[in-house]
Design a protein around this ligand. Structure first.
Ligand code: HEC
Length: 150
């Protein structure tokens, strides 16, 4: 019994060390200032503040990678979230989207905030400051509605 506990403990330790060697992509691709959502859409300060505070770690090329994003297996979850989020809506590359995609993403932004799917819950559990208020949601939705003509 005792020996088994030791063996399992040791095996777990070896595994935890070994998985640290698997490379994780924590890139922050360069940002062309003229292509950001801030440069291409008129945006009230309050909306920009929400994006910067609650969305940009996942939905931009300016992610702050915390220390635990260097620790597997947590790093895998974080990197996967960031890369999926950038693929679905990247505020650093907004200028390159065709108009129909922009319109669709603007609708999605309000929808995701309204149904509570965004900002991501795993994220707001740790980054409590990233939660958004009902008032902020309304301001973002109004801006998204107004911006669909651009
Ligand atoms: C912890 C990372 C994270 C944060 C923070 C985050 N998101 Fe996301 N978001 C994701 C991921 C991952 C997806 C993709 C989900 C999928 O593809 O299933 C996503 C999807 C979306 C989509 C869906 C796009 C589409 O067309 O379906 C929108 C819109 C969105 N997020 C908006 C936001 C906004 C606005 C904020 C800030 C208020 C935010 N997100 C914060 C990770 C995040």
């Amino acid at each position: 019994m005792h020996l088994w506990v030791k063996r399992i403990g040791l095996a777990t330790l070896v595994l935890l060390v070994a998985i640290q060697l698997i490379p994780v992509n924590r890139n922050n691709p360069s940002v062309a200032p003229s292509q950001t959502i801030y440069a291409t859409l008129p945006m009230p300060a309050e909306v920009k503040e929400v994006f910067e505070r609650s969305c940009k770690d996942c939905h931009s090329n300016e992610t702050s990678w915390p220390w635990y994003s260097y620790v597997a297996p947590i790093s895998w979850v974080i990197a996967r979230d960031v890369h999926q989020a950038r693929k679905s809506m990247n505020s650093s590359e907004w200028g390159g989207y065709p108009i129909n995609i922009k319109t669709n993403k603007l609708e999605e932004i309000c929808e995701q905030l309204t149904n509570g799917d965004m900002p991501d819950r795993k994220y707001t559990l740790i980054h409590r400051y990233a939660r958004i208020t009902a008032k902020e949601r309304d301001v973002v939705c109004q801006w998204a509605e107004d911006s669909r003509q651009y």
